[in-house]
Design a protein around this ligand. Structure first.
Ligand code: PLP
Length: 417
């Protein structure tokens, strides 16, 4: 990953025109301007292949999966399980049964907190998160700590938005049972040194959960190389549908964990007196899952792999470097999050103008950004801010769109000041 203090040349190896062609939603005008979509950290747009796969399921082989004996059920089951195999390939998991389908990162973390946390965290234990976590990687751990009488510790960050590794090492002890941090911050863009974080947590005897919401579509992920115990991702941030995510867990850990929800599919045998559970991964997939969206997700991953995660990273790093250079020279802008390693997230504030107002004025020019606390209120408190404006980039964004953002910001300032 390139550093923003040493920017790459502003070139791309991607055929952006044909990539953009695959995304029907990008071909529209918003408020009389061509849409500039810079809200990719919230959710990415979907390529035609994904939309087509969703339609095809409902039009051609809609059926419930796994226990059916008819042709449609068979076809749906095979397509559903093919996505599981593709996730295994995508994140380099050792076993296919380590891939559990959930609603998204939020549910993945809640599953680990409810299942692992309730049974394996004990009084006096400590859980360690960082100061730049999304609420989804804070609240479930707060609950578990209250319930189990454990302690939630927070690794501090620098003003630039990097984890304080010295403080991390001091906080790690034999009491630390679980470390939960994001791979990349949705608010700051910081890419965290998770390999080192995982290695050191393991030395202390803790397991590690990585929130991969902001990384899986931007950075190649190899869970075996990282040696993480849990890795969570959301399909909708990876050009896939909403309502689908993945919890990866090491097999030996998942086997020790009790089911999270009870119902159909997760059982082996039920009597009124006693229930035995199904094997992995079905033990954690109670009820009818989100079949259509899981199936469509495989086409999103296929799309990413065809473009190539390395190519995507080069393109997005060039966009980030270009946007950083263009905006850091604007006297009225203060960039928030200037870590050495970042994904394509540009957060900023303009003194005296509320982020919400900037967002609305950019929207009037067809430019979609996100404003506010980005579900990281403790991070905002640490930085002394109410919120930021966030432009987040994806593989279909262009340098011209960044020029339009900069022009829009200049016009807003001229109009307001
Ligand atoms: N973690 C991070 C870093 C995020 O950016 C998000 C969503 O923005 C989440 C967790 C929650 O993801 P989801 O809403 O898909 O469950």
């Amino acid at each position: 990953m390139m550093s923003i203090t040493n920017p790459p040349p502003f070139v791309t190896t991607l055929d952006i025109r044909s990539i953009r062609d695959a995304f029907p939603v990008l071909k529209q005008q918003v408020n009389g301007h061509p849409l500039v979509y810079f809200d990719n950290a919230a959710t990415t747009q979907k390529p035609q292949q994904v939309i087509h796969a969703l339609n095809a399921y409902y039009q051609e082989y809609n059926a419930n999966i796994h226990r059916g004996v008819h042709a449609l059920a068979d076809k749906a089951t095979m397509a559903y399980e093919k996505t599981r195999e593709m996730v295994q390939t995508f994140i380099h998991a050792q076993h296919v049964e380590e891939i559990i389908f959930v609603r998204g990162v939020t549910e993945a973390i809640n599953l680990v907190a409810a299942s692992y946390g309730r049974t394996l965290i004990e009084e006096g234990d400590e859980i360690l998160i960082s100061a730049m976590e999304h609420h989804a990687n804070i609240v479930p751990w707060q609950w578990i700590c209250q319930e189990r009488k454990a302690k939630l510790n927070v690794i501090p960050i620098s003003d630039e938005g990097e984890i304080d590794m010295e403080a991390y090492h001091q906080l790690l002890s034999s009491r630390t049972k679980l470390v939960a941090v994001n791979h990349a911050s949705n608010t700051l863009g910081t890419i965290n040194p998770i390999k080192e974080i995982i290695r050191d947590a393991h030395h202390a005897g803790a397991v590690v959960l990585i929130d991969g919401a902001q990384s899986a579509a931007h950075i190649p992920v190899d869970v075996q190389d990282l040696d993480c115990d849990f890795y969570c991702l959301s399909a909708h941030k990876m050009y896939g549908p909403t309502g689908v995510g993945v919890l990866y867990g090491k097999k030996e850990l998942l086997e020790r964990m009790p089911p999270y929800q009870g119902g159909g599919e997760m059982i082996r045998e039920v009597s009124f007196e006693h229930t035995t559970y199904n094997e992995l991964p079905y033990k954690f997939e109670a009820g009818t899952p989100n079949i259509a969206d899981v199936i469509a997700f495989q086409h999103a991953m296929k799309f990413i792999l065809e473009v190539g995660l390395d190519n995507i990273a080069v393109h997005e790093q060039a966009l980030l470097a270009y946007a950083t250079e263009k905006t850091e020279n604007l006297s009225f802008i203060r960039l928030i999050g200037t870590a050495r390693e970042k994904v394509g997230v540009l957060s900023f504030v303009i003194e005296g103008i509320h982020p919400f107002d900037i967002g609305q004025m950019l929207d009037a020019r067809g430019i979609a950004v996100r404003t506010g606390h980005h579900c990281t209120q403790p991070l905002m408190a640490r930085l002394g801010l109410d919120g930021t404006v966030r432009a987040s980039f994806a593989l279909y964004n262009t340098f011209e769109e960044i020029d339009q953002l900069v022009e829009g910001l200049n016009k807003i300032i001229r109009f307001l000041k």
